[in-house]
Design a binder for this molecule. Sequence first.
Ligand SMILES: [Mg+2]
Length: 219
Amino acid sequence: MPRKPKKVLIITDFDGTVSTVDLGNEVITKFTTASLNDIERAYVKGKIGSRIAYERIAERLKGSRESMLEHILAKERLDPYFPEFCSLSRDKGIDIKIVSDGLDFYIDAILEKHKLTGIEYYSNRAVFGKDSSLSIKFPSMNDFCARCGTCKSSILKSYRLIYDRIIYIGDGYSDFCPSRYADVVFAKTVLFQRCEREGTPCTLFKDFSEINNYLINNY
Ligand SMILES: [Mg+2]
């Protein structure tokens, strides 16, 4: 009897990965009204997670959705091989989910701009107030840990029952945790350094052309 083909899922980070520019940082740098050095220091040292960092940053953020989107759309640079990655995955019956510890409004705008609106994503949610204030909601938080805004590990684990193989692609701090639970990891920058240090097998990548070659050669 022929073997059932393996069901494969690719989970990818957004900022710094799908978008080569970290758009969360772009918003935060441009629209905060006071220094964030104290929050950044605590986050990078691991003293606080992204959820607390976001709550503190939101108090110092001011701007309308329109002004933030205008800035984002001027700054964004999609990985040039990402659209090909999407069609290649579709042709091979491989599903894609984006997991982001960034904000929904700019992910929507970027996917729409590049006509990639069919991709499901998980992220934090920005709620704009009338007075240019901003609050951030965490629909994909893990209540038991509550460290990250979006718990990428919980999302990955929730797909374990449906998929035989899970490939993870990422670059940053919020990717440390989920990369431990994936079957295959593609990593760059700080994620690559962390995987190397912890002994998590991973492949260094520069852009999605390398992922595309991997899919062509393996599926
Ligand atoms: Mg990232």
